[in-house]
Design a protein around this ligand. Structure first.
Ligand code: CA
Length: 221
């Protein structure tokens, strides 16, 4: 199980990322301050750091600089403000491995986290690359889906929705959980996009695989 250090001072984003990563079986420790982030990254036992640039006491650039200056090779994904190409370039030059421009969807972040953990080690870290339930198989690396031995082409949203269902097989997922898991924290809570995508998925993987639980949400059978 991979351990992730999250340095972010905006509570809403911290809880959004923590909830999502925890649901995908990562262990998350969050700090809201640059100095604490640096100490934890240097002396804690973490596999990856998600680092916001705008942090109190020491900003993300300085954390990164000191971290790399101390010889740490921990993978770092920086979170940058929207449209801040300068932050992005500076972050990557300063030793970040990847970046996410805010706002981002959880799915994008998860893909990058997995990629960085995979680059770092071929064994152990991260979650299993194949998710499976009955005859539904989803390969996270190649992003292929097969149902009863037949391959299906899924769009990015369909894929991440199915991924959520497979990681919570048998459990009811509410519209809100699906919205925030697949579309991120910027979703419109009144949107019917979840129902639309469930319909698309049913057309592809079989109508009766995703059950409607009245008043609650959907469940993978
Ligand atoms: Ca911030």
């Amino acid at each position: 199980m991979a351990r992730i250090l999250l340095a972010e001072d905006e509570e809403r984003i911290t809880s959004f990322i923590t909830r999502g990563l925890t649901a995908h079986e990562f262990t998350v420790t969050s700090v809201a301050d640059g100095r604490e982030a640096l100490n934890n990254a240097l002396y804690g036992d973490f596999d990856l750091l998600i680092l916001d640039i705008g942090l109190p006491t020491m900003d993300g650039f300085e954390v990164l600089e000191q971290l790399r200056g101390s010889g740490s090779t921990i993978p770092v994904i920086v979170l940058t403000a929207r449209d801040s190409a300068t932050d992005t370039v500076a972050g990557l030059q300063g030793g970040a491995d990847d970046y996410m421009a805010k706002p981002f969807s959880f799915d994008e972040l998860l893909a990058r986290v997995r990629l960085r953990l995979r680059d770092r080690s071929t064994g152990g870290a991260g979650s299993s690359p194949i998710l499976r339930h009955d005859n539904v198989l989803l390969d996270i690396h190649s992003r292929r889906v097969s149902v009863d031995g037949r391959e299906h082409d899924l769009s990015a949203r369909e894929f991440s929705m199915l991924e959520m269902f497979l990681s919570h097989a048998g459990q009811v997922l509410s519209r809100e959980q699906l919205l925030s898991g697949v579309w991120g924290y910027d979703y419109d809570p009144g949107s019917n996009v979840v129902d639309v995508y469930v319909r698309y998925l049913r057309q592809k993987i079989g109508t009766d695989r995703i059950e409607t639980v009245r008043g609650m949400g959907y469940r993978l059978r």
